[in-house]
Design a protein around this ligand. Structure first.
Ligand SMILES: NC(=O)c1ccc[n+]([C@@H]2O[C@H](COP(=O)([O-])OP(=O)(O)OC[C@H]3O[C@@H](n4cnc5c(N)ncnc54)[C@H](OP(=O)(O)O)[C@@H]3O)[C@@H](O)[C@H]2O)c1
Length: 341
């Protein structure tokens, strides 16, 4: 048994509405490394909107974070100590114990990743849970077909940017929405969307109708929903017969303190024979090998890029980085916090 000096972020009270810095504390600990455990020095951690749900009690699909303990989430790291030949010292790993500088873990709880020609952080982005979420939503939930018309909200975000690129790689026509004109340019220029709009520019239903005219399509076959609320209602209105909606996220309502009204036009779901299905990516883990085979090739060929924005440097900035993600304006692609230089 040995110890290592570690700093980690604890949730100390449950946020009401938008979280604030006083909801957490950065705590120094002497981390105990038990015999048989591997010691990982975390290099980069992911901050994600679903973490907001875990900060509240009982409102999410995963266990809430415990008060007074380190939060968790995906991270990359380098193995510093190990007796396990399958997880050698120096290997780059991904695991679920972010929000801390060091993690002591059972070997089976870390995944050694391939960094030959790839960035370690690709395994948090396009080749990680983020890319897998996009792939599951498009393929397993929406049943995407070649050359369909696909609308993706939060198209400059981590999941959205990958969803648009995967749909594009299937020959689909892609429309994205995002929060600024600059982001819309990046969505088209860097991620290959056929068109994109800033949802602040007017009612989403009108902006979406204009976008469909611009790409010369009569309506949507697939809507990949990261946002909910007004976007969802607008997308239902723009769907073609037999269209499919993959409900991935609803960031527009995550900080709501009152129940939010649903789409007012669900009758269209009947008239147009639409299907709308929510999903949780973790339910589809058995399909990881198919996802990795397809998307690793696309990343290596440069047909899918894994965009990322560093929203913090050092464990002290991890929570402010999370708040930057929720605000969104400064973030393109996967939001990451660097835990070392
Ligand atoms: N179902 C699952 O298993 C699963 C798994 C992973 C993630 N998710 C969900 O999928 C969604 C995307 O995840 P992500 O990690 O890639 O996050 P993300 O889309 O990068 O989320 C951050 C972005 O959301 C946008 N945003 C914030 N408030 C908004 C609002 N009121 N209306 C519209 N857009 C808003 C901001 O971009 P703009 O500047 O463009 O507004 C911000 O940059 C999230 O809702 C997440 O919870 C679900």
């Amino acid at each position: 048994m040995s110890t290592v000096r570690n700093r980690e972020v604890h949730l100390v009270r449950r946020p009401v509405g938008t979280p604030v810095p006083d909801d957490v504390d950065v705590v120094t600990t002497d981390l105990v490394v038990e015999p048989g455990q591997v010691l990982v020095r975390n290099t980069v951690m992911s901050v994600e909107p679903y973490m907001r749900g875990r900060m509240s009690e009982g409102t999410s699909y995963v266990e809430p974070y415990a008060l007074g303990e380190a939060m968790t989430g995906h991270a990359t790291g380098v193995v510093e100590r190990s007796d396990d030949a399958a997880v050698p010292v120096g290997s780059v790993v991904v695991h679920q114990h972010g929000w801390r500088e060091y993690a002591a873990l059972a070997p089976q709880d870390v995944e050694v990743v391939d960094i030959d020609g790839l960035k370690a952080t690709d395994h948090l982005g396009a080749l990680g849970q983020t890319g897998f979420t996009a792939w599951v939503g498009l393929n397993l939930v929406a049943g995407l077909q070649q050359e369909e018309t696909v609308f993706v909200s939060s198209a400059a975000g981590g999941v959205g940017a990958i969803a648009g690129q995967l749909a594009r790689a299937r020959g689909c026509t892609t429309i994205g929405s995002c929060g600024s004109a600059d982001k819309a340019k990046r969505v088209m220029g860097d991620f290959g969307f056929d068109t994109a709009f800033d949802y602040h520019d007017g009612p989403v239903r009108d902006l979406l109708a204009d976008a469909l005219k611009e790409v010369g399509r009569p309506g949507l076959d697939v809507y990949f929903d990261n946002v909910g609320a007004e976007h969802l209602e607008a997308a239902i209105r723009a769907m073609r017969d037999n269209g499919r909606i993959a409900l991935c996220g609803a960031i527009a309502v995550y900080n709501a303190t009152e129940p939010v009204p649903g789409p007012r036009n669900l009758l269209l779901m009947i008239w147009r024979r639409l299907r709308m299905e929510g999903f949780i990516v973790g339910d589809h883990d058995s399909r990881q090998p198919d996802f990795l085979a397809e998307v690793t090739a696309l990343v290596r060929e440069g047909r899918v890029v894994s965009p990322e924005t560093y929203v913090g440097h050092g464990i002290e900035e991890a929570f402010s980085g999370f708040l930057t993600l929720l605000d969104g304006r400064a973030v393109i692609g996967k939001a990451l916090v660097a835990l070392e230089d």
